[in-house]
Design a protein around this ligand. Structure first.
Ligand code: TYD
Length: 212
């Protein structure tokens, strides 16, 4: 059994990841591949319960280290119970956000060091990394327009943080992509969903090509 491929979609708020995850899954299924789509925080019952704790707007919230630990705990359950079994069964896993979100938000945004975030990921999930990480980059104006349609005034606890926080997150994602060009594909997400999907399929061609 050939191991499946693990593709993560990353980017700031309103980057269009969820739409692209759906279009990508449909395209891969049309090629005859078995595909599992999932998301973080979440993907398993336990991790979805932790998602509620992280993103709910009631209560006083978490300090940055507790938040990072909760994301790592949710990811650990998700990796152990869903992602690894699917990959070992030969399925492709398309994941809306993964560890690079923790590096960008809890690291770049909230100030943990990259080494700390990666250490939590090593403990929780054996340091598993995607085969390819698609980083969707959109202008702040395009992101703001999409969020208004999606969330109105009801952003979640992290999405609702101030603009400078989200600017640090975007800068962090860009740095990671520059540092690891083989694992990241940077995708211009400013166009229509179909245009962006074409860019995704071009970026994936080498990965699809090597899959027997
Ligand atoms: P979600 O509604 O899925 O946001 P989006 O549609 O923008 O992906 O909420 C996920 C939120 O959690 C988002 O604000 C990013 C944040 N997040 C982190 O801060 N760290 C992480 O490790 C992950 C996976 C998400």
């Amino acid at each position: 059994m050939t191991r499946g491929r693990f593709i993560a979609l990353e980017g700031g708020e309103g980057a269009g990841k969820s739409t692209q995850a759906r279009l990508l899954a449909e395209a891969l299924r049309a090629l005859g591949l078995e595909v599992v789509t999932t998301r973080e925080p979440g993907g398993t019952p336990g991790a979805e319960a932790i998602r509620g704790l992280l993103l709910g707007t009631e209560g006083e919230g978490w300090h940055p280290r507790a938040e990072a630990l909760l994301f790592a705990a949710a990811r650990s359950d998700h990796v152990e119970r869903l992602i690894i079994p699917a990959l070992e069964a030969g399925k492709w896993v398309i994941c809306d956000r993964f560890v690079d979100s923790s590096r960008a938000y809890q690291g770049g945004g909230s100030g943990l060091s990259d080494a700390e975030v990666l250490e939590l990921h090593r403990i929780g999930s054996g340091g598993l990394l995607p085969d390819l990480t698609l980083l969707f980059e959109v202008s702040p104006e395009v992101a703001a327009g999409r969020l208004k349609v999606r969330d109105g005034d009801g952003a979640d606890r992290i999405g609702g943080r101030e603009a400078v926080y989200h600017a640090r997150v975007s800068d962090a994602f860009a740095r990671f992509a520059e540092a690891e060009p083989a694992r990241f594909a940077r995708i211009d997400g400013n166009g229509t969903p179909e245009q962006t999907h074409q860019l995704v399929m071009s970026a994936l061609a080498p990965v699809i090509g090597v899959n027997p």
